[in-house]
Design a binder for this molecule. Structure first.
Ligand code: HEM
Length: 497
């Protein structure tokens, strides 16, 4: 027993020294850090905290160290970059475009844009930028309108009734939007459709597993995770998604072949309104990607797009329910723009300037992608004389950046869409507000998200008045991959007219 104990102690010391030696250059960087313990570094600060407390802690760190702060857990070391100028420098540098494996492996989508290694990402991102250009997004507007209309009729049953969780409904709405625009699944088919429900469950389950892995890295290292029931169920759901997407790929391929590949990005189905769905864009370039790569790309777009937009929309509705003056002003604008039966299109949506400010303020207070990571692919001079070694992880806490008093003023915690009046925006550094990240590896779907959210809000606010018992000052957030509310998004509705 005694020998085993001594052996384990030696092993722990040896491992610790190895880690220290490997990270010596990084740990010795001339960057401030909270007090660290030998071997475990700052792990003791995090252990035992729940998701809400963890977010609070790293936010406090960002306030305490307004430029840079280094933290490390055992052998994993990261630099939190807080200052907008430094953020711009890091996120625009080619050498910092890598994603650290440890932070993104949990998506299990090596070929998808979000988690792909730089060499693959660089090639694929250039290709997919085309799928998200405005002329393509504009063709999705009828789908967004139809889906938002369905959401409106779905929640009509709650009028003058009990409070309900609006997120349960926005989440199905945005997944339907993405299934239609990326896979060509018809919205009417998706309604009450068993397949859609299974896809919904599988996407939710696999995202939940990724969140669990991210938040409990010490409990769930790969070896332990792989013997848990969740791992096996996650594999099953992942396989279901892979089979489902393969079936769609095969079906779309057949349609395109029947049309002699002459689709110019149009879906190829004669009953279809002619929008350029994501999968057709890929299949029109047959040979460029393997089926596995196509599946990874599609699952990535689905997963990265639906929950973020749904959560942001739910946050926005809740904030409007809490701020009746903002809700009324927004409805006035919607009525002004769409009063005389103006069509919903890119031009009319661009007139919704106040709505734009409301959505931005929502994403400031509650950025749904709260913490993101990058890795240096070579030594990188961040500031004069400060060389960041190759393989260092940068951490960006967008949630904290959006709450800095030196940027947003003493009222940084207050919800105020006027923060985005042009004269106020002009006073700030462009990297003070980055809910969609910044630089070339930013969110490819940011315009998709803004257009779809504007349409959902327009439809909902024209029909319903929203209220809630949840007070703004009682809203608490936690980071579980995305930024979630600690409670439900409970709102009540009544007919607006
Ligand atoms: C309010 C809604 C959204 C927010 C706040 C948001 C935020 C973000 C952020 C912060 C990133 C950077 C992640 C990182 O570097 O780790 C990102 C990346 C990404 N987002 Fe979004 N997103 C939203 C909606 C969407 C939508 C609707 C889609 C697709 C239809 C989408 C697809 C993606 C993809 C594919 C990436 C990876 C891009 C790359 O690395 O090249 N997102 N998003």
């Amino acid at each position: 027993m005694g020998v085993v104990f001594v052996f384990l102690v030696f092993l722990a010391i040896f491992t610790g020294l190895m880690c220290l030696a490997r990270n010596y250059r990084k740990i010795m960087l001339n960057i401030p850090a909270p007090e660290a313990l030998p071997i475990i570094g700052h792990a003791h600060l995090m252990i035992g905290l729940n998701n809400e407390e963890q977010l609070k802690l790293i936010t406090e760190l960002c306030f305490l160290y307004p430029n840079l702060v280094k933290i490390w857990f055992f052998h994993i070391m990261g630099i939190i970059v807080n200052n907008p100028e430094l953020i711009q420098k890091v996120f625009n540098a080619e050498v910092c475009m890598e994603k650290p494996y440890i932070a993104y492996r949990l998506f299990n989508l090596d070929n998808g844009l979000l988690s792909a290694r730089y060499s693959r990402w660089k090639h694929d991102r250039r290709f997919f930028n085309n799928s998200f250009k405005l002329s393509t997004l504009q063709t999705f507007i009828p789908i967004f309108i139809e889906t938002a209309d369905k959401l409106t009729s779905e929640i009509t049953g709650y009028v003058d009734g009990n409070p309900f969780n609006i997120l349960d409904h926005t989440i199905r709405c945005t997944l339907k939007m993405i299934c239609s625009t990326s896979l060509g699944m018809k919205i009417s088919d998706a309604e009450n459709d068993e397949t859609f429900n299974k896809v919904f469950h599988a996407v939710e389950y696999t995202s939940e597993s990724a969140a669990l892995l991210q938040n409990k890295p010490l409990i769930y290292p790969d070896t332990i995770y792989k013997i848990t029931p969740r791992y096996f169920e996650n594999e099953k759901q992942g396989q279901f998604l892979a089979d489902f997407h393969q079936r769609i790929i095969d079906e779309r391929r057949a349609i395109l072949r029947n049309n002699n590949n002459k689709t110019d990005g149009v879906s190829g189905d004669s009953s279809d309104p002619g929008y350029s769905i994501f999968i057709d864009h890929i299949l029109n370039n047959e040979g460029m990607f393997t089926d596995q790569e196509i599946r990874d790309h599609i699952i990535t777009v689905l997963s990265a797009g639906y929950e973020t937009s749904a959560t942001a929309t739910a946050h926005c509705i809740l904030l409007l329910a809490q701020h009746q003056n903002v809700q009324n002003k927004l409805v006035e604008e919607i009525n002004e723009v769409f009063g005389a039966d103006e069509e919903i299109n890119l031009e009319s949506l661009s007139k919704l300037q106040y709505m734009e400010r409301v959505i931005k303020e929502t994403l400031r207070i509650a950025p749904v992608g709260p913490v993101i990571f990058r890795e240096t692919m070579a030594d990188f001079e961040l500031e004069k004389g400060l060389i960041i070694p190759k393989g260092t992880t940068f951490i960006l806490n967008i949630y904290a950046l959006h709450r800095r008093k030196d940027i947003w003023g003493e009222k940084a915690e207050i919800f105020d869409p006027d923060n985005f009046l042009p004269e106020n925006v002009a006073k700030r550094h462009p990297c003070s507000f980055i809910p969609f990240s910044t630089g070339r590896r930013n969110c490819i779907g940011h315009r998709y998200a803004m257009i779809s959210m504007k349409i959902i809000l327009t439809k909902l606010l024209r029909n319903f008045k929203f209220s809630t018992d949840l007070k703004y000052e009682d809203m608490r957030f936690k980071a579980v991959l995305t930024l979630k509310l600690c409670t439900e998004h409970l709102v009540s509705i009544s007919n607006r007219y």
